[in-house]
Design a protein around this ligand. Structure first.
Ligand SMILES: O=c1ccn([C@@H]2O[C@H](COP(=O)(O)OP(=O)(O)O[C@H]3O[C@@H](CO)[C@H](O)[C@H]3O)[C@@H](O)[C@H]2O)c(=O)[nH]1
Ligand code: MN
Length: 364
């Protein structure tokens, strides 16, 4: 696509603009293999589970590490909006970051190879996805027209070719696919070996199951909507952390005019989690998703909600109004969504705009 220097984007690591957020209840040894691609970047590690356990960060990485005691100290009573004993604790890392972009990855993921045998640079591909526009209003049958060697096909209206700013880049996984427990149980040996060389925009008003394993986003645009919910210990549900965030963030993107891409880059997901344990964690979600998905599909935000934080507050109100009849848990979740936004705003106060004379621009 003319006008976008994709090579320049690939060469620029944007290392001062991106934080890598890793939730972990295990070990960070997987980072050894990622060194060629990740060592330039700052890591935000959210250590879940017992805070007295010391976890080793492979040498040479620049990082900050937070355990549950740190979360409690930093957020005080608001810490209860951050999940415990669930990968959803990662969203604490999104909140304390100060960077434009976040890349989040699970600790059982490794570098995958493309069909030519070359190691895949996940960050370079996510940055390409995020720094080129999305096309949510009309589908391009050759997929992302902003990739090298392709363009908009015949019949694509020129008025739509500018596209919209991309807010989310959802990467995929080779080897262990992101299946729910019933699918894992019936297909215990299934492995994903299919490398599809495609990036595509998820159309406007179409929802998708967002997985947090290999995910990048623009936190300036949609950070407040990337709340991974209240899951894990003390809650009736787990493993819907990324789903909740994905549905809400897509509704927010559609409302604010941002795009979401899915496809490349792939990584290698090494370990299948236990399907029996997973079934226990997610069985309520399997029922509730029949109500949660239509809830988000029918959700329309008001024009007053012109930021991700305002949109999210509106979604919280609607969660209380429409989903509490499904289960009282949703009232608790809706309250936690408000607490999340309060905590986000405290840690990320709005940047005051300056006039040319250096004075603050007066709020309208
Ligand atoms: O209590 C916990 C459990 C896990 N983590 C960390 O979260 C990620 C993902 O965990 P895991 O690899 O065990 O789970 P999967 O079933 O393979 O992952 C899928 O479920 C997701 C939603 O919960 C996840 O993003 C999907 O990819 C690892 O880094 C664990 O260490 C945790 O912090 N606390
Ligand atoms: Mn995993």
């Amino acid at each position: 696509m003319a006008g976008y220097n994709l090579e320049a984007i690939e060469a620029a690591p944007l290392k001062d603009d991106l934080d890598i957020v890793i939730p972990t209840i295990r070990s960070l040894d997987f980072l050894e293999q990622w060194r060629p691609f990740l060592h330039h970047y700052h890591l935000i590690i959210v250590q879940d589970g017992d805070p007295s356990i010391k976890i080793r960060v492979p040498e040479g990485y620049d990082y900050e590490l937070y355990n549950r005691n740190d979360i409690n100290r930093i957020l005080g009573p608001r810490a209860n909006c951050i999940s415990y004993k669930d990968g959803g604790c990662r969203c604490f890392g999104f909140m304390v970051s100060k960077k434009k972009y976040i890349y989040t990855i699970d600790d059982d993921c490794f570098v995958a190879k493309d069909p030519s045998g070359k190691d895949i640079n996940v960050i370079a591909q996510h940055i390409k996805n995020l720094e080129t526009p999305s096309t949510p209003h009309y589908f391009n049958t050759l997929y992302d027209p902003f990739r090298d060697g392709t363009d908009f096909v015949r019949g694509y209206p020129f008025s739509l070719r500018e596209g919209v700013q991309t807010a989310i880049s959802h990467g995929l996984w080779l080897n262990i696919p992101d299946y729910d427990a019933p699918t894992q149980l019936v297909k215990p040996r299934e492995r994903n070996t299919r490398y599809v060389d495609a990036v595509m925009t998820i159309p406007k008003r179409v929802l998708y199951p967002m997985c947090g394993m290999n995910l990048a986003f623009n936190r300036e645009l949609v950070g407040p909507a990337m709340y991974f919910g209240l899951m894990g210990e003390g809650q009736p549900i787990s493993r819907y952390d990324d789903m909740w965030a994905g549905w809400a963030a897509k509704v927010v993107c559609d409302h604010l005019g941002f795009g979401v891409k899915t496809g490349l880059p792939y990584l290698w997901h090494s370990k299948a989690s236990n399907p029996f344990v997973n079934l226990k964690k997610e069985h309520k979600g399997l029922h509730w998703q029949e109500d949660m998905v239509p809830f988000f599909q029918n959700l329309r935000l008001s024009k007053e909600s012109d930021t991700a934080a305002k949109c999210y507050m509106e979604i919280s109100n609607m969660t209380k109004e429409k989903l509490t009849k499904v289960d009282p848990y949703f009232e608790k979740l809706a309250d936690a969504m408000v607490v999340w936004i309060e905590a986000w705003e405290e840690l990320n106060p709005p940047v005051k705009k300056k006039q040319s004379d250096g004075k603050d621009v007066k709020a309208k």
